[in-house]
Write a new protein. Sequence first.
Length: 321
Amino acid sequence: MSIKTAPRVRHVLSGATMGTRYSATFLAAETVDLGALESALFATVDLVDRQMSTWKPDSDLMRINRAPVEKWVSMPPELAQVVTTALDIGRASDGAFDIAVGDIVHAWGFGAGGGTPDNAAISACLGAPPTPATKALEISPDGTSIRKRAPVELDLSGIAKGYAVDRMIDCLHTFGITNALAALDGELRAVGSDEGEKPWAVAIEKPDYDRRAPMGVLELYDHAIATSGDYRHWVDVGAARLSHTMDPGTGGPTRSSVASVSVVADTCIEADAWATALLVRGRTAGPALAEALNLSALFIFRDGNELVDLGVGPLFVAPAG
C-alpha cells in the first residue's frame, strides 16, 4: 500500500523591513500554517534590523558606535557572526570590503536621516581615510564582546541584508520547507527547486538610473546571489554622479565605469559582501580579484551610453573545449 503525500502549492509571503521589502516564495502543502510562518519570517528579519541597523539609535550596532575607544561592548551572537565574516572578507579583499566606513557614508549624505553632503566632513575623510576595521576592531576570544582600538563608526549595510536572507532560509527550514527563494532588496538565496523541479529563475537587473527592468535571467539552485551597483542611490556633484558605495581606500565614493556586480555564492552573506568588494575594486582589479579567488561574478560596465557585461568564475565562464 502506498501513502500519498500532500501536493505542494506555491506560496508567497512578504513584508516591510530595513527600508525595503523582504519576500519568500516557497513550495509547501496547502495546510501549512501561513500565519505562523509569516510571523516567524518577520521576527527573523526584524532581529537583524534591531541588532544591525544604523537607523535605529538603540540597535546593538549603534551601542558599539557610541562606545568609547578601548571599551569592551557585549554583542549578540548574530551580530558577532556578521562582524567576524565582514572582517574575514575585509582581509581576503585586501580592504576593499570594510565596515568602518560610517563616517564617510554620513559625510556624503547617505547615512541615517539622509541629508546633503557635508563639505567639511568630506574633506576630512578624503584627507584621512578611516582606520580599516581589520585593524580598528578586536573581538574577545569567546566572541561575545568587541572593542574599538581606533575611533571608527561601523556600517553593515553591505552585508546585513545578505545575512538576513540566510536567516530567512533557516527559518523556512524549521517549517520543513526545502524548496524556496528568499529575497531582500537585491539579495536572494534559493534552495531546492521551483515548480516542476525547475531551478529558481532570478532576474539580473539592468543598471538603469531611471527605471527598473531586467537585463537577463539567471537560474539558481541551492545558491545565493547579491548585486551591488551605482544606480540605486547616488549624489550628483557638478557633472559627476557618485555612487553610495564608499571606497575605504580613498575616503569617498567609488569612481569607476563599473555599473554593477552580481556575485553567486553558497550563502547570501558572502555574496552580499563580495559584490560590494568587487564593485569597490573597479573595472580591472575587480575581475582580477574574482578570478584569483574563483568567485562567480557578473560585471556590467558603462562604456559611454552602452552597457557591457563580463562574466568571471565557474558559473559565468564556459569550460574550454
